[in-house]
Design a protein around this ligand. Structure first.
Ligand SMILES: *Cc1c(COP(=O)(O)O)cnc(C)c1O
Length: 385
């Protein structure tokens, strides 16, 4: 199969050519340790400083409020654990549709004696701010809610939750890995104190990410070593990665508005095309409050993995919203939280579009989904009445 279509941008993205060009000198030409005081170190430090400034400019915050980490996962771990550990004990509020980097961190905190409330979501995958209000306790020490869900693309009412947090001076962490660099993000207007973002979701390299930490927010480091990143994250900086992340953010600041519009139109084309041709299919997530490039399809009575593998044979990459483990279909925790019935959730397929996606790609995907679903429904009417 010569044709290849990548519709899995929420999982990872290719490095933008401008980002790669910016990174290359920082492997073998500029390689000093940014902490060293000699010329080699100072050159490296300049690369780190420039990247930090670019990110700070994008978020309209101060460069001192940006900390580099090894990935969105570490950012979420540091964000949630860092806030909790700085307070020692108490109650946290998060949602049931968070990324596992937040959910599993909260579970570890529970094992350590913290209390955690996991607020639910509505059928669109949205957290109700009133539920967060009801979950508040006198000993609530932190709130963590993601900006956009990576599976269904629903945008959470971060501004309303941020106001609740601010009224009570509770620090508010937001996993913005899926929105940072895709849609506008104003940490002051939204009341965000700590924000996770990651490079490889926005055409930057993998294994580099960051955390915005509002000045004055009490946090403790989760790893211990040198005095890097103002003692908030120990370890020699990933110099090429940091330089790449900084450039990726600069490119996103320039391109994101036009791209959100273009990708949003392609996403609509995809959904309209699939809906017109495939019977018993739904779009999951919120109808309007959602990421521009995400189309999460629910194909009734067909297994996600069969569709994903069928599309793979046609050179198309999408991801499954449910997994088949030992003969049982297990829908993702997000679809479960949304109350999607099993006969629909079992056939969840996420298509996430990006800067290289074309209308021809989308038309090819529509046609392929139609063919594969038709074939699967004839072959094995799993659970079909
Ligand atoms: C991808 C992702 C992460 C994890 O980021 P990595 O850089 O892959 O570790 C966390 N949260 C969300 C919402 C994500 O989409």
């Amino acid at each position: 199969m010569s044709r290849r279509v990548y519709l899995d941008h929420n999982a990872s993205t290719p490095v933008h050519p401008e980002v790669l060009a910016e990174m290359l000198p920082f492997f073998a030409e500029i390689y000093g340790n940014p902490s060293s005081i000699h010329a080699f170190g100072r050159e490296a430090r300049e690369g780190v400083d420039q990247a930090r400034e670019r990110i700070a400019r994008f978020l309209q915050v101060s460069p001192q409020e940006i900390v580099f980490t090894s990935g969105g996962t570490e950012s979420d771990n540091l964000g949630v654990k860092g806030l909790a550990s700085a307070r020692g004990r108490g109650h946290l509020i998060t949602s049931s549709v968070e990324h596992h980097a937040v959910l599993r961190t909260c579970q570890v905190l529970e094992a350590q004696g913290f209390d955690v409330t996991y607020v639910g979501v509505d059928a669109h995958g949205m957290v109700e701010p009133d539920e967060v209000r009801r979950a508040l306790r006198p000993d609530t020490i932190a709130i963590s809610v993601m900006h956009a869900n990576s599976e269904v693309g629903t945008l959470q009412p971060i501004g309303a939750i941020g106001r609740l947090a601010r009224e009570r001076s509770i620090p508010f962490h937001v996993d913005a890995v899926q929105t940072f660099g895709k849609i506008p993000l104003d940490v002051d207007a939204l009341g965000i104190d700590v924000l996770s973002f990651s490079g490889h979701k926005i055409y930057g390299p993998k294994g580099i990410a960051g955390l915005y930490i509002r000045k004055g927010t009490k946090m403790v480091s989760i790893q211990h070593g040198g005095e890097h990143e103002r003692r908030r994250r120990a370890g020699t900086e990933n110099l090429p990665g940091i330089v790449g992340l900084g450039k990726a953010v600069e490119v996103r600041a320039r391109d994101m508005h036009a791209e959100a519009e273009r990708v949003g139109a392609l996403r609509d084309r995809l959904w309209e095309g699939v809906r017109a041709r495939v019977p018993e299919v739904r779009l999951s997530g919120h109808p309007t409050e959602r990421l521009p490039g995400t189309a999460s399809l629910l194909v009734r009575h067909v297994e996600s993995e069969s569709i994903v593998l069928g599309l793979d044979l046609k050179g198309i990459a999408v991801s499954a919203g449910s997994a088949c483990t030992s003969g049982n279909v297990e829908p993702s925790h997000v679809l479960v939280a949304m109350g999607v019935p099993l006969d629909w959730a079992m056939g969840a397929v996420r298509c996430s579009l990006g800067r290289s996606t074309t209308a021809e790609d989308v038309d090819y995907v529509i046609e392929s989904v139609d063919t594969i679903v038709r074939r699967l429904r004839q072959a094995l009417p799993v659970g079909a009445a």
